[in-house]
Design a protein. Structure first.
Length: 460
RNA sequence: GGCGGCGUAGCCAAGUGGUAAGGCAGCGCUCUGCAAAAGCGCUAUUCAUCGGUUCAAAUCCGGUCGCCGCCUCCA
């Protein structure tokens, strides 16, 4: 198993700290609005990685933070004239609901920033004691010149940091303009917590250091996020954590490239900004979206277009149709050894591709090769063979997570009844009536398939 | 200015020294009362471009063109 470590900018063989176990921290949402599909590219990729590790036999402990206190959440609460907690809860609920819709497995812990103020204060105190931080006008800042490795993750030369205009608008006083805030002194109209160095609220980066430390320890295996987090967020986390703990913070950094829409950065002003709810309103199948989001390698820009989403849906249909065919195999007979061999060899190839920097395109290619090979033998397949293939596919889908079954049981009886009526009409050559029934079911999203072994149906 | 990425068929996309995976779309066929769906088959002498290294290059080196990201809001 190897993948690209942002820290070393190289493909590295993965070595876990504790045998068979992985501590994984992924940057979660800032809950001031509904997440957009760009956010979900990251979350879905993280899910894919986690699922593949689990598939490979690791026990993954996954922590994802929820940022429920920062400039944006405060602004939103003020805009709406509602308490901060009420506003953030609404978006937290929406977030969890979206995760379910996209078949993203839940993290083990979703720590919230506001529930970890004491841990953050402790960390800030340690940084002050050790001389890596300083107080100024009620705020506490991290002094980056005290940390020699600063800029290593982002490959940034500290002296060459080009400072943007945004800095000047910051009203806080810092010794060096590049220093970042650990604790923001209280301001009117903002929530605050008491602290030894004066009431205030946490800076953005400190929560991830404090909470990852609490739930995964001072040194853990993998930290993930979007590429935009590399600098300054993750760089600052490293500075805080390593200075406080005096040891390596994280062994492997995995960053997901952004998603663009029609080759342009998503933005509300361009009208190319989509939430999951937006897409569902347009009738988009969440599993097609998931397929699209995982099917481009994580270090490449993903261009979201409705045409690409359509293609993803069709590719997914190919897999689903394959499953459908397998479920309808009825031949008696023993399991053929050649099928078992095909499965074993395909599983090996699929795993090899995924283990090579999560080469999903290669892995999916391997899966489609397999589908093709089995399809060619479909008519000779025994029920036992089909069952073995289905079990194999279920295993792969614990990694891909795109084959969620949405057959609804109560529907079945009614559909069967309609099919029987249509078959009767067909026998009597009353094709007008037969077609009317077919069309009626089609309107309900039920597709009929007249096969040599009888009529099959599936929900579109 | 600094750091980094990308350019492979109509579209999406693997492959990073040994002679172009896979998906979508298209075309042909099978099946069918007809459809639809599905399956099968076909579809890049060629990898932005120019030059170099090599027995061998999409893959390595250099130049050129084009596109894009990050540089303290950001997944």
């Amino acid at each position: 198993m190897r993948f690209f470590n942002t820290m070393t900018r190289r493909l590295e063989e993965f070595r876990e700290i504790e045998k068979g176990k992985i501590g994984l921290y992924t940057c979660g949402p800032t809950v001031y609005d509904f997440p957009h599909i760009g956010n979900y590219r990251s979350y879905v990729f993280e899910d894919l990685v986690k699922r593949f590790f689990t598939f490979s036999g690791y026990r993954v402990r996954h922590v994802m933070n929820i940022t429920d206190i920062d400039d944006k959440t405060i602004r939103k609460a003020n805009e709406l004239g509602l308490p901060l907690a009420e506003v953030t809860q609404k978006f937290i609920d929406a977030f969890h609901s979206d995760l379910g819709i996209l078949n993203i497995l839940p993290a083990d812990v979703y720590p919230r920033a506001t529930a970890h103020i004491p841990e953050m204060l402790d960390l800030v105190s340690v940084l002050l004691e050790k001389g890596f931080a300083y107080e100024k006008d009620g705020s506490v800042y991290f002094s980056i010149e005290r940390f020699g490795d600063y800029g290593r993750l982002a490959n940034i030369d500290r002296d060459k940091l080009q400072l943007g205009a945004a800095i000047d608008s910051d009203e806080y006083e810092k010794e060096s303009i590049q220093d970042f805030v650990l604790w923001k002194g209280k301001k009117p109209g903002e929530p605050s917590w008491p602290a030894p160095f004066g009431a205030g609220r946490p800076g953005w980066h400190i929560e991830c250091s404090a909470m990852s430390m609490k739930y995964l320890g001072a040194h853990f295996d993998i930290h993930m996020g979007g590429v935009d987090n590399i600098f300054p967020h993750h760089e600052n986390e490293i500075a805080q954590s390593e200075c406080a703990n005096g040891q390596t913070f994280v062994n492997y950094w995995l960053h997901c490239q952004h998603l663009v829409v029609d080759n342009k950065k998503m933005s509300k002003s361009l009208g190319n900004f989509y939430t999951l709810a937006d897409l569902r309103q347009r009738g988009v199948d969440p599993m097609a979206l998931r397929y699209l989001l995982i099917s481009t390698h994580y270090r490449k820009l993903l261009n979201f277009t409705f045409a690409n989403l359509e293609m993803a849906g069709q590719a997914l249909n190919r897999i689903k149709n394959f499953v459908f065919s397998l479920k309808n195999v009825e031949n008696a007979g023993e399991a053929a050894p050649e099928i078992a061999v095909l499965i074993a060899s395909n599983r090996n190839d699929f795993t090899e591709n995924m283990a090579d920097d999560f080469n999903i395109s290669g892995a999916l290619g391997i899966l489609f090769d397999f589908i093709h090979e089995i399809n060619q033998k479909m008519s000779e397949l025994s029920k036992k063979d089909a069952a073995a293939v289905l079990t194999y596919l279920e295993g792969l889908d614990t990694v891909l997570g795109v084959l969620r079954d949405n057959d609804s049981g109560p529907l079945a009886a009614a559909v069967e009844e309609k099919i029987a009526q249509r078959e009767k009409a067909r026998k009597n050559k009353d094709f007008a009536r037969a077609d009317a029934i077919r069309s009626e079911l089609m309107d309900l999203g039920i597709m009929l398939l007249d096969t040599p072994t009888g009529v099959k149906w599936k929900k579109e």
